[in-house]
Design a protein around this ligand. Structure first.
Ligand code: ADP
Ligand code: MG
Ligand code: MG
Length: 214
């Protein structure tokens, strides 16, 4: 059963890679406003490598933790850039929190895994909420999952609600000034444009949400 879970996780990675491919140019444009313009390309390289690693790990009999760990390592190795390192480590941490044995997963387990990812991102990158990074979408996503867990909302519905929250939060980063990362020197230029890492994260979360609809 845990293997079946690993398999669906690997399939979702492939769908996320397709969504990022469709958004590659737009993510690059967002990153070019105050950053170096490589975010679409980096995300695509990372998520494609992750999808391939996930597939290989499932075929080797791995569960969710193994799949997410291998996917994260591949993402970090192949994406290049800050977001790739953070995404890679975040996926590995989330997987370790979930473990290979615990399935099916519920809202509370997934919330805890998202929290582990947040701690890893903050530990590596030192960003705080409001610094205009992907954390400004990931934290509201976590908080929405937390609320849903508290009211007993099943995982599929909880993820969908939280992904919508993350989407709105990513849009709202347009009003922020970057206080960390490559966009910081051109912070003023960035005002009015959402953070590329927050936008791509929200897109990934929404794509995963569609997988829960099936
Ligand atoms: P790079 O900035 O190295 O070119 P990318 O363009 O792929 O990497 O990613 C940029 C995104 O990474 C930003 O939009 C932001 O969301 C995220 N980011 C950058 N620095 C940090 C950090 N210290 N903590 C969290 N996220 C960060
Ligand atoms: Mg960049
Ligand atoms: Mg770069």
């Amino acid at each position: 059963e845990s293997r079946a879970y690993g398999r669906s996780v690997a399939e979702v990675f492939a769908e996320v890679a397709e969504a990022i491919a469709a958004a590659e140019d737009e993510l690059g444009r967002l990153d070019a406003v105050a950053g170096d313009g490589d975010h679409g390309r980096g995300m695509l390289r990372g998520v494609r490598a992750a999808a391939e690693a996930a597939r290989g790990t499932v075929d080797g009999g791995g569960g969710v933790a193994s799949v997410l760990g291998a996917a994260g390592d591949a993402w970090a190795a192949r994406a290049g850039g800050t977001s790739g390192v953070l995404w890679g480590a975040a996926l590995r941490s989330a997987g370790e929190q979930l473990g290979d044995e615990r399935s099916p997963l519920g809202t509370a387990e997934v919330r805890a895994a998202v929290w582990a990812a947040i701690e890893t991102v903050q530990g590596l990158g030192g960003a705080e909420p409001g610094d205009k990074t992907l954390l400004d979408a990931l934290m509201p996503f976590h908080d929405a999952l937390d609320t849903a867990a508290g009211s007993g909302t099943p995982l599929g519905a909880a993820w969908q609600q939280a992904a919508e929250v993350a989407d709105r939060a990513a849009d709202a980063t347009a009003g922020l000034r970057p206080r960390i990362g490559r966009a910081r020197p051109l912070a003023e230029r960035s005002v009015g444009t959402p953070d590329p890492g927050a936008v791509s994260l929200a897109l990934c979360l929404r794509t995963v949400a569609t997988a829960f609809e099936r």
